[in-house]
Design a protein around this ligand. Structure first.
Ligand code: GLN
Length: 486
């Protein structure tokens, strides 16, 4: 049952061959057996999940079920879910039970999906390895000595280990795509503004975007159909008509122009990664796609630009954690300034503190123009590079991450090396473009490689269609980590 895709499970539920209660019980028992090994979940609430499953079965019985009705979906612990502990991987929110639902959670609930549990993540989504969590590191199901990627590593590892058929994550600089790549699953970061950020705990608001994680492009489309949509409570939510993200699933890829940015294929990525990505590009050729060389000349500036803008926004967003309103409060303090100081010193981990320091520095008087404004200008140039490239191609392809999964602890004391992991994913966030990662091979150690597809604004359906054609022709997405098939 855990090997089936969302689409297959949905068909079984619709045919009444399976109930959501059975399905949810099955995944919960797998989680109980395997979560110790991977540490994917921070919070489980069996009663709440099974309650939703029963309601979904009743809805199905009346014939009002939709594709996701009764499907258990794991939620990254950055999404506020009413009545659930919502920690964002931080001690700061280790006692925060959300009084309300994020927009995405509301939509999943309305569609009858079951919240299977809240997944582990880098603290406040800052990281590329899921090691900075207050709840301990997540482990990669393909090799538990390696990281699953981050920050949505709990969601990625849960889907990879077949502890959940699908999950939701967030991507500020690659946090859906990079863990999808390192864990051998599929993940989509939509166009900025397509998925509401309401109730999604803010990291860097101009970059944050929620999106689906699953094992096939088809399943991503089913999740997108529920997650996407206008929400007046997010001022950057886009007012667009409803869209069927599965509408191009059956469409041939023939004639599609795939742009290969020189900078994605220059040295930098591990040879095994490049080999798998090049083989995937060749497969697109067999599907009738054309390839064209394009260039993103300012891409090399994206990591430095990101590490000015994201910390700047984070330092402002994280100012709300003061020990007064909600969340953690230092147990002892002398006066109000001391309460702030102790709460923030004790409540935040090192990576979060580093970002707050960088952010306040680049926003401070005298440095604002040199760093923040300059970074905004370069951000514009990066977006313009993509606009030029998309005059000549329909989608862009390349690696998602320069390496496969690295070992736990390997990059923890070298933040810059950790930051460079996102070199291929950050440009899409800076430009607000949709990007996805799909499995496209393995290295010699048996660790998965991800292929990144970046599209023009609102090209999600087309990207999903292309990915689906690739998945019809290949079986990388069907591989199961050792010990997860039984
Ligand atoms: N790894 C990047 C960072 O640490 C991106 C994280 C994300 O996308 N949330 O900021």
């Amino acid at each position: 049952m855990h090997k089936a895709t969302i689409k297959e499970l949905s068909a079984r539920l619709a045919a009444r061959k399976l109930s959501s209660v059975e399905l949810t019980r099955h995944f919960l028992s797998r989680i109980k057996a395997l979560n110790q090994k991977y540490n994917c979940f921070i919070t489980l609430d069996e009663e709440a999940s099974l309650g939703q499953a029963e309601a979904a079965d009743r809805l199905r019985a009346t014939g009002r079920g939709q594709a996701l009705t009764g499907i258990p979906i794991a939620q990254k612990d950055i999404f506020c879910s009413r009545g659930w502990l919502t920690t964002c991987g931080s001690k700061m929110l280790s006692n925060f039970v959300s009084p309300y639902d994020a927009h995405v959670v509301e939509r999943l609930n309305a569609a009858g999906a079951v919240n299977l549990g809240k997944t582990n993540m880098d603290e406040f989504a800052m990281g590329s390895s899921s090691e900075t969590s207050y709840y301990g590191p997540v482990r990669n199901p393909w090799d538990v000595a390696t990281v699953p990627g981050g920050s949505s590593g709990g969601s990625a590892a849960a889907v990879a280990a077949r502890l959940a058929p699908g999950a939701i994550g967030t991507d500020t600089g690659g946090s859906i795509r990079q863990p999808a790549a390192l864990s051998g699953i599929c993940g989509l970061k939509p166009t900025y503004g397509v998925v509401s950020r309401y109730g999604m705990i803010a990291f860097a608001s101009s970059l944050d975007q929620g999106g689906p994680m699953a094992r096939t492009a088809e399943d991503l489309a089913l999740l997108m159909n529920v997650m996407a949509g206008f929400d007046a409570r997010d001022s950057t939510s886009l007012e667009r008509g409803r869209e069927d993200y599965a509408r191009e699933i059956g469409r041939q890829a023939r004639g599609l122009k795939i742009g290969l940015p020189r900078e994605f294929f220059a040295e930098g990525a591990a040879p095994a990664v490049m080999k798998a990505v090049e083989a995937a590009v060749a497969e697109f050729g067999k599907l009738g796609c054309e390839t064209v060389d394009v260039s993103l000349p300012n891409m090399r500036l994206s990591v430095p630009v990101y590490y000015v803008l994201a910390p700047a926004e984070a330092s402002s967003n994280l100012a709300r954690y003061d020990g007064v309103r909600y969340g953690f409060r230092a147990p002892e303090y002398a006066d109000l300034p001391d309460l702030y100081r102790k709460t923030r010193s004790q409540g935040f981990g090192w990576e979060v503190k580093r970002r707050i320091l960088i952010g306040t520095y680049v926003l401070s008087h005298g440095y604002y123009d040199a760093y923040y404004i300059q970074a905004q200008r370069v951000r514009r140039l990066i977006a313009r590079d993509f606009a030029e490239a998309f005059k000549r191609c329909d989608v862009i392809a390349g690696p998602t991450s320069p390496t496969t999964a690295f070992r736990l602890g390997e990059k923890m004391d070298d933040p810059v090396r950790m930051y460079l992991n996102d070199i291929y994913t950050i440009p899409a966030n800076l430009a607000g473009l949709p990007g996805m990662s799909i499995p496209c091979g393995f290295d010699a150690a048996g660790l998965p490689v991800g292929l990144q597809i970046v599209g023009n604004y609102f090209a999600e359906a087309r990207m999903l269609g292309l990915a689906h054609q690739y998945q019809l022709a290949t079986d990388w997405h069907r591989r199961i980590p050792p010990g997860c098939d039984a």
